[in-house]
Design a binder for this molecule. Structure first.
Ligand SMILES: [Zn+2]
Ligand SMILES: [Zn+2]
Length: 194
């Protein structure tokens, strides 16, 4: 059996992961497993930007994957960037194993507003499903409500759902047929829960 590994990286509040894991398991119809990996955040810190290089976090995340890790999702608190952008909510390997999501800009407090745990939780789910969707080979989708719609600002995250549009859903099914022909999944692939 293979798993979607959920890897907290120096994450302060692990409670967010409880809900996340259940929903991710429902959506992708795969079991999740939580594990701590050896990740050195100081190594990927850019002092000039006061941010952390997300591609380098990804590299560390997939350096020694457990044998039963089909997908890996790192979750952290620190602010991530890639050199050409001021920040990223997350990053993933297209059709690969690794993905990472930052909670830094998912909190209302980052925008000077009152903290809202449920909202943060929903944002985390959407961004996690989005990045994992990339690992299943999905690219950005123009369907407004689709979770694979790209998000530049947190408002964009709030506007989309945590679900795949029918086309993207098809892509996930197909990616499974391509990459793991021996595994049989039961459909439907996503639930309406949450
Ligand atoms: Zn994306
Ligand atoms: Zn879509």
């Amino acid at each position: 059996m293979s798993f979607i590994y959920i890897v907290p990286i120096e994450l302060e509040d692990h409670l967010f992961l409880e809900t996340l894991e259940g929903l991710i398991s429902d959506i992708f119809q795969m079991k999740t497993r939580r594990a701590e990996f050896k990740i050195n955040l100081q190594e990927v810190f850019d002092g000039r930007r006061s941010q952390y290089n997300s591609s380098m976090v990804l590299q560390q995340l997939i350096a020694n994957p457990p044998r039963d890790a089909e997908k890996i999702l790192g979750v952290l608190d620190v602010d991530l960037f890639i050199p050409i952008l001021t920040f990223v909510f997350g990053e993933a390997q297209l059709g690969g194993t690794g993905s990472v999501v930052s909670m830094h800009r998912l909190h209302n407090r980052f925008y000077g507003m009152d903290e809202d745990r449920d909202l943060t939780s929903r944002r985390l789910l959407k961004e996690s499903v989005h990045e994992l969707g990339h690992t299943f080979g999905l690219i950005h989708c123009s369907h407004p409500g689709c979770v694979m719609n790209s998000s530049t600002y947190v408002e964009n995250i709030d506007q989309k759902s945590s679900e795949f549009c029918p086309l993207c859903l098809k892509g996930i099914r197909k990616s499974d047929v391509d990459t793991a022909p021996r595994r049989l999944f039961t459909f439907p692939w996503h639930s309406r829960k949450g």
